[in-house]
Design a protein around this ligand. Structure first.
Ligand code: GLN
Length: 492
């Protein structure tokens, strides 16, 4: 049996049946992780830690006391602080930072029996859509275009996590999503990525990018696995005042439930001018699938969609500029000395941050400055409220919303890189969901003409991940997506 081709659901069953040991599962992934090094998906590998945890799992299994995620080898985006393991957000400024604490979400995973394989690459401080801005170089997508061996981006910013799961070099991974960073790389790498409702998972111990938008979520092989992972990750945390004190339902139960009678909104404003034909076709296929499953597609209007990107690219940098003020060379990571204290700050920040992060800090500082606050930041906040209202209005007439995840398939490393605006356009379908704080999932739904995965997105009402998972599972069943990437090291 190839252990790295199992889903969490099937690995869990195999472990409990004693078909294999947690140690064997961990060893298979450690091997796949090493073989995947050319992809640069992992920044840090923690094989010893994984094996130690696997031994504990095997001891529990022996006693018949299995935990929900017992023995599941997980990759962790390097934005989650992990106690005793270097955490850098792929930034030079955090080089050598070893947190003395564990993020709540990862602590929840370990408490449920999962084991950590390592920390995955991302765009510096999660700012990007391609996993190309990190201090330790880009991550490669394990997929290749048909007949073309050029390396492609895995999407971003959780591109290391997406590539690791797609390459079978992790059974599942954590990601974070501020404007699409779980869903878009999931779409580019042919896996499932779920961004929960804002407040569903604690942000405590996750390096902050834009605090009112950031949300952690699972990246997995299938929809059931996303439900299983989210179950363990979610929950109220008194250490994060924005984490919601609401019960965590049984997410896995939702998977496989009928969608008969549901109304699925199709936002007309998402039909972009110049959108590639194959994205249109994919979307229509998705509409046909949910119809065949007994749901009713209804046209809805999200009329402020065209302002969402502009709004996001004011609010996110504003919050980032404030969150990143703490990296001053005094408390964490890099310090570049200078003649005076101010010179030390300047040297440290000037050399510690990469170009994209500096661009965001500049934009953020500008839109928050006294003269421009009203014109930009305040205006953006007002439009954000109206965008959330657009969704609330639409949900009076539907139960969930179906859209493409991204306006294209993965692009080559090098493409779009010198044009920040073209890069920002990647997020056109995902960003509104963060602005409104809603849950969204990307499900692999087909291949592009040149053989690359394309995802469909299901957006839900706040705290209704169950409906999102139900609809996503129907799409998954209909799509029967079983293609595997050229560089799936775990399957080699
Ligand atoms: N691509 C978006 C950005 O660059 C979103 C990133 C994210 O979700 N972390 O800001």
């Amino acid at each position: 049996m190839n252990l790295t081709s199992l889903t969490i659901g099937r690995a869990r069953d195999g472990l409990r049946r004693k078909a294999f040991k947690a140690r064997e599962l961990a060893e298979a992934y450690i091997k796949a992780m090493a073989a995947a090094r050319p992809l640069n998906a992992y920044l840090v590998e923690t094989p010893d830690r994984a094996l130690e945890a696997a031994a504990q799992t095997d001891a529990r299994l022996q006693k018949g006391e299995a935990l929900p995620l017992d023995g599941v080898p997980v990759a962790v985006k390097d934005l989650f602080c992990t106690e005793g393991v270097e955490t850098t957000a792929a930034s030079k400024i955090l080089g050598g930072f070893v947190p003395p604490y564990e993020s709540t979400v990862t602590a929840n995973l370990w408490r449920n029996g999962a084991l950590m394989l390592g920390k995955t690459n991302l765009d510096e401080f999660a700012m990007g859509s391609a996993t190309i801005t990190g201090a330790r170089g880009p991550t490669e997508n394990p997929w290749r275009r048909r007949g073309d061996n050029r390396p492609l981006v895995p999407g971003g910013s959780s591109g290391g996590s997406a590539a690791a799961v797609a390459a079978r070099a992790a059974l599942a991974a954590t990601g974070t999503d501020t404007g699409g960073s779980i869903r878009q790389p999931a779409s580019f790498c042919g896996i499932v990525g779920l961004k929960p409702t804002y407040g569903r998972c604690s942000r405590w111990g996750i390096i902050a990018f834009a605090s009112s938008l950031d949300q952690a979520g699972p990246m997995t092989r299938d929809v059931r696995d996303a439900a299983i992972m989210l179950q363990a990750m979610a929950g109220h945390d008194p250490r994060d005042s924005t984490s919601a004190p609401v019960p965590v339902p049984d997410f896995e139960k939702a998977v496989g439930q009928s969608i008969k009678g549901l109304r699925i909104g199709i936002p007309k404003e998402y039909r972009l001018d110049g959108m590639p034909k194959e994205i249109e076709v994919l979307w229509q296929r998705g509409i046909d699938w949910i119809k065949a499953a007994g749901a009713t597609p209804v046209e809805i209007s999200l009329k402020l969609t065209r302002y969402a990107l502009a709004t996001y690219y004011i609010i996110a940098p504003a919050e980032a500029s404030s969150n990143l003020a703490r990296y001053d060379g005094v408390r964490f990571g890099l310090r570049v000395p200078g003649e005076t204290l101010d010179a030390m700050y300047e040297n440290t920040r000037g050399q510690g941050f990469g170009a994209e992060v500096r661009r965001r800090v500049l934009i953020g500082t500008y839109v928050l400055s006294a003269g421009y606050y009203d014109a930009y930041y305040l205006k953006a906040q007002k439009i954000r409220t109206l965008i959330a209202r657009d969704f609330a209005e639409a949900y009076r007439n539907c139960d969930a919303i179906l859209t493409p995840t991204a306006p294209s398939a993965a692009f080559a490393i090098g493409e779009k890189m010198d044009d920040p605006i073209a890069m920002y356009l990647n997020d056109v379908f995902t960003v509104p969901v963060n602005l409104a704080g809603l849950p969204g999932i990307s499900v692999p739904a087909g291949l592009s003409q040149d053989g690359l995965p394309l995802g469909l997105q299901v957006i839900g009402k706040a705290f209704d991940e169950e409906t999102v998972l139900r609809v996503a599972a129907v799409l998954e069943d209909a799509a029967k997506f079983d293609a595997t990437p050229a560089l799936a090291t775990g399957l080699a």
